[in-house]
Design a protein around this ligand. Structure first.
Ligand code: PHE
Length: 445
């Protein structure tokens, strides 16, 4: 068990189903582009490691399984780290050709304006039945292409330079033909392009409506890049050029056939995608800090309505920040591992990872118990709750003689709702120092 009570306390919040919450509005906007897909919005977040990892083909030594990345309740029960945890069960129920699953997901992670250990994802999937195709005397590819022609057209520039299938980087599965995968990929890509075009056009009208001077009309551009997930092949990510940067918006691919076979649906084939709702909502409304979604402050909540057109969020006055440093020596045996090193996109981007990259990292060798930055992040969350805005490594060095490593973290204390007093920041910082020493066995400097 490595799940603090502050994290468990998030379970009943269910922000994505709260009336007029920006995550609800974002979810409904996306759902509106997938008519006929069955929406599941209340699946319980506690799942087995079988659901979260094994059913999806995660290797036993995948970093996503480690206690530094995932909240465990016991050795085979976790807080889901992604909505894909429900793929197998949802395919097995076979209630509809397409489905959408929106839910809270949980990951131990960095702290900054775009990362929070609880966030929301939407999973989508669409499958077709080989037996049905046979009955109709058509090939599966023909049936899928028929469905492709029903997807609304858009006129946005799409860059898609790689071949659909690449033998090494993005292979075809043995039970699929390339004709089938070309058709599935076309249906997947056109469906998701339609969805992001809708969202970004809404974001643009929201921004234009509140702009005092007219913003230069940058046409929307999207591009497809190759990706890797243990549970799809071939796989892609969709990126959108937004305010000068390419943003990763979602991950997707052709569903691994063993998932469908194990769900007693061996005759079905199709695609799945996963998208982070906070990132999309932050773009839609220009929300500057991910903690705001958890705010109960009327100055935040009153700005969103399911009835009214989407308008930019107007920040209420920014309360002062208070920076405090903590430096310590690591236990002499432990090396620094993880954190910013390999498993996550740079925490510096202003918008959160749509698809935080836990799944995409190819399996790493098991590491011995070591200092992990996520443990610092977690202690900071535990002590400060939402009063910590970000935690950043500002210095790291190795003593030339003793080879001991020293780290310095800068904590940015700030409330979104009021000015913090000196006493309370000092008190939080002292508690943080004590807990770092007690839990991580570091030596404070
Ligand atoms: N579950 C993946 C993530 O969280 C996203 C994904 C979903 C990718 C479905 C492919 C298919 O990063």
């Amino acid at each position: 068990m490595n799940t603090p009570s502050s994290i468990l306390a998030a379970i009943p919040r269910r922000l994505h189903v709260q009336p007029d919450h920006p995550l609800t509005i974002t979810r409904k906007l996306i759902e509106s582009r997938f008519p006929g897909y069955k929406a599941h919005n209340t699946l319980f977040p506690i799942v087995t490691t079988g659901q979260n990892f094994d059913s999806l083909g995660f290797p036993l030594d995948h970093v996503g399984r480690s206690k530094t990345d995932t909240y465990y309740l016991n050795k085979d029960t976790v807080l889901r780290t992604h909505t894909s945890a429900h793929q197998a069960d949802t395919f097995r129920k076979n209630e509809s050709e397409g489905y959408l699953i929106s839910a809270d997901v949980y990951r131990r992670d960095a702290i900054d304006r775009s990362h929070y250990p609880v966030f929301h994802q939407m999973e989508g999937a669409r499958t077709w039945d080989r037996q049905q195709a046979e009955k109709e005397g058509k090939t599966l590819a023909q049936i899928i292409w028929d469905d492709v022609s029903k997807i609304p057209k858009h006129d946005v520039t799409v860059e898609d330079l790689n071949p659909t299938i690449h033998a090494e980087r993005n292979p075809l599965q043995t039970t699929h033909s390339s004709e089938e995968v070309e058709a599935i990929a076309a249906h997947l890509k056109r469906s998701l392009e339609d969805m992001v075009v809708t969202i970004f056009n809404a974001a643009k009208s929201a921004a234009d409506a509140s702009a005092t001077t007219s913003t230069p009309d940058e046409p929307l551009k999207v591009r497809w890049v190759e990706a890797y997930f243990p549970f799809t092949s071939p796989s892609w990510e969709l990126e959108v050029f937004w305010q000068g940067d390419w943003l990763e918006v979602l991950g997707c691919g052709v569903v691994s056939q063993p998932i469908l076979n194990n769900a007693s649906m061996p005759h079905r084939v199709g695609w799945a995608f996963g998208i982070g709702l906070e990132r999309i909502a932050m773009l839609l409304y220009s929300i500057p800090d991910i903690r705001l979604f958890w705010s109960k402050d009327a100055r935040f909540l009153s700005q969103f309505s399911e009835q009214k057109p989407i308008r930019r969020f107007v920040p209420f006055s920014k309360y002062p920040a208070c920076f405090k440093d903590v430096s310590f020596w690591l236990r002499s045996s432990s090396s620094a591992a993880g954190g910013a090193a390999a498993t996550h996109p740079p925490a510096s981007s202003t918008i959160p990872g749509a698809v935080q990259t836990q799944n995409q990292v190819p399996p790493a060798a098991p590491t011995p118990p070591a200092f992990h930055e996520n443990d610092v992040m977690e202690i900071a969350r535990e002590v400060c709750g939402d009063l910590v805005e970000d935690v950043r490594l500002t210095d790291e060095f190795e003593h030339p003689k003793t080879s001991r490593r020293s780290m310095c973290y800068r904590i940015n204390y700030r409330s979104l709702e009021r000015t913090l007093t000196n006493e309370e920041t000092n008190e939080m910082h002292e508690r943080l120092r004590t807990l770092l020493e007690e839990r991580l066995g570091v030596e404070l400097r």
